[in-house]
Design a binder for this molecule. Structure first.
Ligand code: RB5
Length: 144
């Protein structure tokens, strides 16, 4: 699995830690920025990561801003993206099982590092359940 990862300045520090966690798990990733804590605009990075996933260049995406809210809104504007903003492992499991989320959003100013790592693990390791959930994700994919 190749994961595209991106953040704004509010998510930069957590992004760097998540990259290290992915390395330890031997999960391949491509970092689409930002590259420092200098202030940048989260829509740029949410869009770039979402386009990498929607085009098939990456299988999944992880985006991080201060809260996770702005960058998840940006990602979800790209057709084919189902980006789940998660603050717990339960949410990460359910957004894979029910929403077939192809992107995960997290808040760098919200989450403890170990919680973020556990959320990333659940996002990577949990399978979509299909069935009635497929009908609903098909409806999502028909929008916009
Ligand atoms: C940046 O200060 C902050 O607004 C951004 O990281 C994010 O939290 C927006 O939703």
């Amino acid at each position: 699995m190749l994961i595209a990862i991106a953040s704004d300045h509010g998510g930069f520090e957590l992004k760097e830690k998540v990259k290290e966690h992915l390395r330890e798990r031997n999960v391949k990733f491509v970092d689409l920025g930002t590259n420092s804590t200098e202030s940048v605009d989260y829509p740029v990075y949410g869009k770039a990561c979402a386009e990498a996933v929607a085009s098939g260049k990456a299988e999944r995406g992880i985006v991080i801003c201060g809260t996770g809210i702005g960058i998840s809104i940006a990602a979800n504007k790209v057709k084919g993206i189902r980006c789940g903003l998660c603050t717990s492992v339960e949410m990460a499991k359910l957004t894979r099982q029910h929403n077939n989320a192809n992107m995960l959003a997290m808040g760098g100013r919200i989450l403890e590092t170990e919680t973020a790592f556990a959320i990333v693990d659940a996002f990577i390791d949990t399978q979509f359940e299909g069935g009635r959930h497929k009908r609903r994700t098909d409806m999502l994919d028909e929008m916009a």
